[in-house]
Structures are given as C-alpha cells and as structure tokens.
Design a protein around this ligand. Structure first.
Ligand SMILES: [Fe+2]
Length: 338
C-alpha cells in the first residue's frame, strides 16, 4: 500500500512527515532511480482510496522530486486526486488561467502577506482538495505556510467555539463592471486582487449570463442596476469534517486582513462598493476579539517549508489552510482544485 514502505518517504529528521514535530503533512519522495511522471503514476495507480485517507488523516501530502515541471504534467497529476478540476468562478484573487483549469495561485503584489485560509469557503461549493505545483521556486521567501483549522478549533477555548457551533456566516460581495470609471480610477494595488469585476469573477462578459453563471454556482444574486450585482452565500462557522467527523474552524475572513489598502482606506464606504462583508446569519456580532484570537492562534500553529521546483503539495481543504509569505524575484506556483 502507498506510503507503507518507509523507503518511499523522505529520509532525515522529518521522518515520514514534513515537520518532525507535527503529523500534518506526509511526504512521498521520488526514488533516485526514477523520478519520471510515469513512475509516479505507477505508484499512485489504484491508490485513490489510500490517498484520500492519507489526506483526511494528515491534512496534506507533499510529492517531492518528481518531474512535475510543466502545467500539462501538473494537470495530469491533479487528475489522479480530483474527481473534477473546478474553475475559479467566485474567486477573490486575480488569477490567470495557465492551462485548462490550472491557474497561477495569485497575482496579488509580492509584498503582501496572504493570510491563512481554506480555499473558497466563502463560496457555495468550496473544493475538497487543493493542489499546488512549484514551477519556479522563489529564492527569497515566498513559502506557502500551512495551518490546520482542525487544530485551530481544538486550540480555541470552548467559550469561543461553543456559541458558534451552529452558527452560519453570510458572505456578501459587491461586484462592479470592469469598464466602470470607478473601477478604472482605483489604484492597481486595489484592483490587482480582491476588488475584482463581475466579469472576472464569473468568467463572462455578458451581464445576464454572468448572473446566471453565479446563480448556477449556488449564489443568491441581486442585480443592482444594469451593470452591478451583489452575491450572497452562507457557510458554517465551524464545520464537521465529512470523512473524519472532526470539527474544524471554517470561517473565511482572511480578505479583511490580507490587503493593506483594505484596512487603511475608509473601510465601510469602500467595502460597500467593492469588497466582501461577512456577518453571522443569526444577527449576532462576532467580536473582533474572537477573530484576533483566531489569527494569533494561527500564527502559533502555522508551519512552512522551502519550495523546490517540481514539488506538488496536496491539501485537504476541509482542514488544512494555506497562505503566502511575501517574496522578491521570480516565483511561479500553479494551483488546481476540485
Ligand atoms: Fe488560496
């Protein structure tokens, strides 16, 4: 069975795991004799149930040393893990489609810290898995830190989590037209990420088609005039993992912390036109002290590694968050999810 043979695992102090002091991410390293994609496929062949249970049990899997060095090869490998590769409809970060449903991870400015988050848990259908592939390893920082949201839940005091067990959070998002004057006068630092147009978020240039696409995704869509719209969807604050039954934090509020402009500009006015708001469905207030505690706890729980070209990181998106450290120079990390 996959990973039952220690010789397949990365040797050294990390043992079977990426980090010696946690058991969140297992590593499958190529044997020196054959690092070809064919050799990797033959290792993974028929192992989908084992892969799924590794991901549920450990949260992540790093494939290292294999020749996953083109977008097409990454797409082929992603097919081994994903039932269906999803598109990025509803995303919050500007991404370029590199190859079919393979994207670059983000075009957010390189000096921005992208906070820990589960992928797209602000959308109606978040992916079960997310994969990353390093095509160009950054020489200076640019790691993709991880932190378990199941561990986060365990670390938070019960007086914080208990009142939130059955709460849902509503994400409301305003999307304006790519051609609007307002959009065009905004600085690039604002429009480069988060403040995306409905065209970018839906992948459609026709307004009515864009509304239909978003409704088909599961959003509640409100048309606001001829060229603006608002989307709403709700998700639990705390989720029970569908395979392990373990509870985990699920709230996605990283966008309110990631971008410097978002916290320095007049927030309410700007968000009401461009951004995303979240609020508890019950109408209760989520105290800032709680989200501050969540983020402080994540700082303690997170861990990272240095990317190597060809690395593929597979994360269980129900429990293992990812982020991005700032970097300088070249960096190209691809992503696929589903
Ligand atoms: Fe992400």
């Amino acid at each position: 069975m996959l990973l039952s043979d220690d010789t397949k695992l990365v040797p050294g102090s990390a043992g079977h795991y990426l980090q010696p002091d946690n058991k969140w991410v297992r590593v499958l390293e190529s044997p020196a004799a054959d690092s070809s994609l064919d050799a990797l496929f033959s290792q993974l062949s028929g192992e989908q149930p084992a892969l799924r249970s590794i991901l549920a049990d450990h949260g992540g899997l790093l494939l290292r040393g294999w020749a996953v060095n083109t977008p097409a090869r990454f797409e082929a490998l992603a097919d081994c893990f994903l039932a269906e590769q999803a598109s990025y409809i509803g995303g919050v970060s500007r991404r370029s489609r590199i190859h079919n449903n393979v994207y670059n991870t983000t075009e957010a400015p390189s000096d921005v810290v992208i906070e820990q988050h589960l992928e797209a848990t602000h959308t109606p259908c978040p992916p079960e898995l997310i994969l990353f592939n390093c095509q160009v390893a950054p020489a200076d920082r640019g790691e993709t830190p991880m932190a378990s949201f199941a561990e986060l839940y365990d670390r938070l005091p019960q007086q914080v989590t208990k009142p939130l067990e059955n709460e849902r959070v509503v994400y409301t998002r305003e999307l304006i037209d790519r051609e609007s004057v307002f959009y065009r006068v905004l600085p690039a630092s604002v429009t480069q990420s988060l403040a995306l147009s409905w065209q970018e978020v839906s992948g459609c240039d026709d307004f009515h088609q864009a509304c239909s696409v978003l409704e088909a995704e599961g959003y509640e869509v409100t048309r606001r005039g001829a060229r603006r719209l608002r989307t709403r969807c709700s998700q639990p604050v705390i989720e029970t993992h569908p395979k392990t039954g373990r509870k985990g934090w699920y709230l996605s509020d990283q966008i309110t912390r990631t971008l410097p402009w978002y916290t320095t500009l007049p927030r309410r006015a700007l968000r009401s036109v461009l951004g995303m708001e979240f609020a508890l469905e019950s109408g209760r207030t989520l105290p800032a002290a709680v989200t501050d505690l969540v983020h402080a706890t994540l700082q303690e729980a997170r861990f990272s590694f240095r990317w190597q070209a060809g690395d593929v990181l597979v994360l269980d998106n129900h429990q293992m968050s990812h982020g991005r450290n700032p970097f300088s120079g070249e960096r190209l990390i691809l992503t696929a999810f589903g």
